[in-house]
Design a protein around this ligand. Structure first.
Ligand code: NAD
Length: 276
């Protein structure tokens, strides 16, 4: 366990029960941080039916955090809207007075398709949720961190899709690669302020988002869901699907003082699927 007592963290995209964001938020809270959990809490009007975190899930996670003896605060945010991002940061400061850790976890894949059939709006939305959202939240929080003069940690959730190409996921892969490049630049710019910026690249994590992806693949290929999941697991050198806690373990290290000499890295957490 790491010591995050007295630190304040924001984790975006933490509203879904089986999600990586919730696992990270609970892990940071177990290590002593007060945690703001933020999510969109409404449907995308232009993509109805796309799975997103809702208020009830966010509130439950905040309650679980408070039950650990630290403070949990649920907030609504659309990470693609700079006004709402600034509001999230202002509400965090009102409630907790400081920000030490930002985990840009909100993300997703809208309208996966082969490039030749890819819808322009779906491309834009996927870039916005993943890449623009990471930029807007990082900018708003880094301004606060620099002003505080106490350093800080920014951890961006990329994906191995950002390192290795994945059919049907051009927008997602491009956005996650953008997050890696953005993290490197931000790491250089914020190094003098003692703020470390790193990205992590998970692999095949068993979450609602990934299950939806496996389901789409199963219906597209006309094979049973279990076959797709089994094949995904069989490709992983460490021999099992990834769990949200596998990601939370590494993120909590990056949020702690134990990683103070690391910045600008993009660390694979994928059971050995990708090694570069
Ligand atoms: P998830 O769907 O549980 O989490 C994504 C969260 O982001 C959702 O709660 C969603 O509501 C939120 N979100 C989406 N758009 C938003 C917006 N505009 N504003 C605020 N919140 C928004 O899925 P997950 O698998 O836990 O994914 C978490 C992160 O991990 C994502 O960035 C995802 O791309 C990344 N990732 C997941 C996998 C995987 O295999 N599941 C692999 C690599 C990377």
């Amino acid at each position: 366990m790491y010591d995050l007592k007295g630190k304040v963290a924001i984790v975006t995209g933490a509203g879904r029960k089986a999600g990586i964001g919730r696992a990270i938020a609970l892990r940071l809270a177990q290590e002593g941080a007060d945690v703001v959990v933020a999510d969109i809490c409404r449907e995308f009007e232009e993509f109805p039916g796309y799975g997103l975190g809702m208020w009830e899930g966010l509130q439950e996670t905040a309650e679980e955090i408070s039950a650990l003896g630290v403070r949990g605060l649920p907030l609504r945010v659309d990470v693609t809207d700079s006004r709402l991002v600034d509001e999230m940061v202002a509400q965090t400061l009102d409630a907790f007075g400081r920000i030490d850790i930002l985990v840009n976890n909100a993300g997703g894949v809208v309208g996966p398709a082969p490039v030749l059939a890819m819808d322009e709006q779906a491309w834009g939305k996927t870039m916005a949720i993943n890449a623009t959202g990471t930029f807007l939240c990082s900018r708003a929080v880094a301004r606060v961190m620099v002003g505080q003069g106490r350093g800080g940690k920014i951890i961006n959730i990329s994906s191995i899709a950002g390192k290795a190409g994945r059919p049907f996921l051009a927008a997602y892969s491009a956005a996650k690669a953008a997050i890696v490049a953005f993290s490197r630049v931000l790491a250089l710019e914020l190094a003098p302020a003692g703020i470390q910026v790193n990205a992590v690249c998970p692999g095949e994590v068993d979450t609602d988002l990934q299950r939806w992806g496996w389901q789409l693949e199963a219906s597209f290929r006309g094979v049973p869901y279990e076959e797709v999941v089994g094949a995904a697991a069989a490709k992983i050198p460490l021999g099992r699907l990834e769990q949200p806690s596998d990601v939370a373990n590494v993120v909590s290290f990056l949020a702690s003082g134990e990683s103070d000499y690391m910045t600008g890295q993009a660390i694979n957490i994928c059971g050995g699927l990708v090694m570069h």
